[in-house]
Write a protein that binds this ligand. Sequence first.
Ligand code: ZN
Length: 389
Amino acid sequence: MLGNSIRLFRVAGIDVGVHVSWLVIFALVTWSLAVGVFPVQDTLKGLPEWEYWLLGAITALLLFTSVIVHELAHSLVAKSRGLGVRSITLFIFGGVSNLEGEARNPSTEFIIAIVGPLTSFAIAAVAYLVDAALPASAAALDAVLSYLVYINLVLGAFNLIPGFPLDGGRVFRSIVWNATGSMRRGTEVAVFVSNLVSWTLFLIAAWLILVDGNLFNGIWLGAIGWFLQNAANAQLQQVRVEQRLRGARVADVVEPDTTVVTPDLPVVTLVEDSFMRGNRRAVPVVADGRLVGMVTVGDVKEVPRDRWAATTVGEVMGGRDGVITVRSGDTLQRALEALAKGDFEQVPVVDDGRVVGVVTRADIVRQLQLREAFDFEGAMPRSATGSAR
Ligand SMILES: [Zn+2]
């Protein structure tokens, strides 16, 4: 989840939260409806002021629900296609589903992306039908539902703009990816188009501010353009890293002289030898050659210092469950995803239950820099002298 996010609830195994910036939107929507929209509608004239505010807040909550349902559609389709979903966060520009990886093929990317706008259009259709079935006397409900129809149409259409990270950008990438057979090519073309969209937004923003005098909309549009541009370039960066690391294996960078400890080791020795002298923040715990858990700086900090000599590693370590490991034969990309998934600095490399080393974030970054320096892509050829490194 983004920093400064508040977790709200969990649905279908997915954490849903709001970033503090979303509260600004909530307040803005409520205010503009309560002051600018509802009081001037013919059917709602002459209500007490608090009713406009109440209607505004209810409508803002329904908008909030619409965005969550839109994001849930992305997340549930992603799950059904085998991609993990970490969380859904609402922020100032809408919602974001935090997936644990990228789609492996264009059809998966296409369907995950397109289902969002389709869901928004479906919500608009349902709200429209309910609204049409209402008696004429239900003026307040009619006003709320009409706004819901409008805002979901806008949400669906806005998300179809072909700019990253909007759904339209992903739909567009999947189409180019499908046509060229290359995810990198698809991303490059989609990022180019996305940047065109950003520059168009900047131009419109400049016109709004300088010529039209509409400062608020101008700044708003400019901020969206700026956000799109950043997101598009981050996406390009990520795909370039993936491309660079293609063919790179964990075996290429694994540190074979790993520091491992046994469960009966006193914590004081662990701190002195493995953490301080070994310069590690986490160490695999091994018994009879098998990985039984991980012990981290965080685990040790739970124990008062005067108890370090009398406490063993086995008493403080985290168990084998939940320890993410990789194998020598795994790709570095996979190791990178494992590191990102748990926000770890390192993951143990385990072959047939035996710990053969660790791979750290720094190892992967170094490999990436080397590949960049020598413009090297693909698998490392094995050397004739038999060294595996
Ligand atoms: Zn979406």
